[in-house]
Structures are given as structure tokens and as C-alpha cells.
Design a protein around this ligand. Structure first.
Ligand code: CUA
Length: 339
């Protein structure tokens, strides 16, 4: 991660305890390392809740200790008077919870409004469809028409709010990029909206946050936030159809692709492959990962994924593809040319 170590604006000391407690949630996918204004608000609320919770815990422990010592010191300690007990119950059981819970309720409500402000009409709009177990990504124009289809990797310009329309055509998924925004469910038949806003460039990992079947845990994606100019260049490149294969190997690879079962599920714009059951592969070689964030996009992983996807992601809907070694090499040469 290019910016993994740049986020510590606060001192490290108060982060130590929760960092230990939450070590499983930290690193590349942590709410506590916000990279955008919405995530900052959520992280701030988290810290306030953590500190208040810790203070209340400490207070309860002190009272418990004091009560224990008191009863140890004198077995004949007089019980509290009825008036004292009543006061204690009112202060500790009604006033204190109200003083704590009401401000939390108000701030949590106002922050959930603040992370979904109105967007300008011309804001970049991306439609994301939760599939089993990957993410179909469509960039939309001002009329809502799809202008670019890709998968498992979402590029956004830094410093601009982006509208993300969330859909599912199967079960409920949940779209979550902890360093940029809270999570929002993708519900069949509904369109939910979320805003992504990164204020510094980076690669931010996202993860499905609603149990959706066998490979829920390996349903991840990357959000690549880049300077607007770089984003526009990426977008222009991605809109181009796939480059015609330039080498003998790659030409043979395209033939292998079109004659094997690949063509039944995948599309490569500019070729006869137009199926939409699986991810669009037009610019597969430009992506960072394979199989929805499961493995890095390298030749060995790609070969393993084609030959036996079940070894890498058991339960994945992609069947194994048995190919003679020379055909597999040619297919890899072709797929790696899809920059
Ligand atoms: Cu999709 Cu969990």
C-alpha cells in the first residue's frame, strides 16, 4: 500500500490498546485509518465511543473495588440508607445512561446524515452489482447509460465525491471499504446509494460485509483512488476494446479462449466473447488481483485459477479448464496482453 504508513495524524499511544484488541481488523482494511472525509467522521465517532466506554468501564471497576474493600474492612458496615440508595439508582441507573446514550444517539444520527450529503448532478456515478462471489462494476454517463464495464476493481478520482449505486441479482451482499466509508447492503430488487470520497491517492481494500454463501470471505475488491488526470487516462484506456493479439502465442491464445469454455461466461470487448456470467476480461492484465481480491494478478496464479479455480476459491462458480500445456501457455500469453 503506497500510503499505509502516512495516516497516523494522531499520536500512536492511544491507538495501542485498540490496535492490540483489533489487530485482526487493522492494516489495509481499517476503519481507524480513514482516507477520506466520511471515513474521518466515522473514525472520530469510533474514538469518542471508545474513550467514553473505557472511562465508564474504569468507573465501574473503581466502584466495584471500593465496595469490595469497604465490605472487607468492616463486616459490620452499615447498609446505605433508603434515601442514599434511591439517589444512587436515579443517578447511576437513569441520569448517567441518559447523559451517555442521548449524545451518542444524536451524534451517530447526525454523522450518518453527514456521510451521505447531496451530490452534484454531474458527480461520477458507478453502479456495482454483487455477484456470487465477485463484483460487477459499471461506469454510468449523465443519462445513466453504462459506458464501461469492469470487475472487482473500482477506480475513482481523488478529492471528488463519487456516487455508487449498489445492486444485487442474487442474495444480499454488503459493500464496505472501511478506509473510505461505512457499509451499505446490496439487496435484490433495491438500489441503495453510497458515496465514496478519498482525499488522498491509494489502494483501499473493500470486502463484502454480509454473509452471502460459500465464498463470502473471499469476495473482496480494490478501490484505486488516483489524481483526476490519472483517473481520466485510466478510464479512456479501459473504454478501448481489447488490443488485437500481437504475437503468434497471443493469437493462438485468443483462439484457445474462443474454443474453450471461457467464452461461455466471459466477455472481451473487440472479440466474439460477449457473455456476462463471469467478470469482463477486456483489460484483465491491468487489474491488481484475480478472483475478487483472492490472489495477486500474476502468471502463476492466473494459470492455477484457469486450471483449477476450486483449489484457490472452493465453491467458486468457475469450472476447471483442462488444456494441453501449450494451449494454456498461449492462453496466458493472450490474457497477459489485455492491458
Ligand atoms: Cu457477498 Cu458476502
Amino acid at each position: 500500500m503506497p500510503d499505509e504508513h502516512r495516516s497516523g495524524r494522531r499520536s500512536a499511544a492511544p491507538a495501542l490498546v485498540p490496535a492490540v484488541l483489533l489487530s485482526g481488523c487493522s492494516g489495509i482494511q481499517s476503519t481507524l485509518e480513514p482516507a477520506g472525509p466520511h471515513a474521518e467522521l466515522i473514525a472520530t465517532l469510533w474514538w469518542v465511543m471508545f474513550v467514553v466506554g473505557a472511562l465508564i468501564f474504569a468507573l465501574v471497576m473503581v466502584l466495584l473495588l471500593a465496595a469490595s474493600l469497604r465490605s472487607l474492612r468492616s463486616a459490620r458496615a452499615r447498609p446505605l440508607s433508603a434515601r442514599h440508595s434511591r439517589r444512587l439508582v436515579i443517578a447511576g441507573g437513569i441520569v448517567l445512561p441518559l447523559v451517555v446514550v442521548v449524545p451518542f444517539a444524536v451524534s451517530s444520527f447526525s454523522i450518518s446524515r453527514a456521510v451521505t450529503p447531496a451530490l452534484p448532478d454531474d458527480a461520477l456515478t458507478i453502479e456495482v452489482v454483487g455477484r456470487l462471489w465477485w463484483w460487477e462494476v459499471h461506469y454510468l454517463d449523465a443519462e445513466g447509460e453504462r459506458t464501461l464495464t469492469t470487475a472487482n476493481e473500482i477506480h475513482i478520482p481523488v478529492g471528488q465525491p463519487v456516487r455508487v449505486l449498489l445492486k444485487s441479482d442474487n442474495v444480499i451482499h454488503s459493500f464496505w471499504v472501511p478506509r473510505l466509508q461505512g457499509k451499505v447492503d446490496m439487496i435484490p430488487g433495491e438500489v441503495n446509494t453510497l458515496q465514496l470520497h478519498a482525499d488522498r491517492p491509494g489502494v483501499y481494500r473493500g470486502q463484502c460485509a454480509e454473509y452471502c454463501g460459500t465464498q463470502h470471505a473471499l469476495m473482496a475488491f480494490e478501490v484505486v483512488a488516483e489524481p483526476p488526470q490519472q483517473f481520466r487516462a485510466w478510464f479512456a484506456r479501459q473504454r478501448m476494446p481489447a488490443a488485437a493479439p500481437a504475437t503468434t502465442d497471443a493469437r493462438r491464445g485468443l483462439e484457445v479462449f474462443l474454443n474453450a469454455s471461457c467464452v461461455d461466461c466471459h466477455a472481451i470487448r473487440g472479440t466474439e466473447a460477449e457473455a456476462t456470467k463471469g467478470p469482463d476480461l477486456t483489460h484483465l492484465a491491468s487489474r491488481l488481483t484475480l478472483a475478487a481480491g483472492t490472489v495477486p494478478n500474476r502468471r502463476g496464479h492466473l494459470a492455477g485459477w484457469i486450471a483449477d479455480p476450486q483449489r484457490i476459491k472452493p465453491g467458486a462458480l468457475m469450472p476447471p479448464t483442462e488444456l494441453p500445456a501449450a494451449d494454456l501457455r498461449a492462453l496466458l500469453a493472450y490474457l497477459e496482453s489485455l492491458k
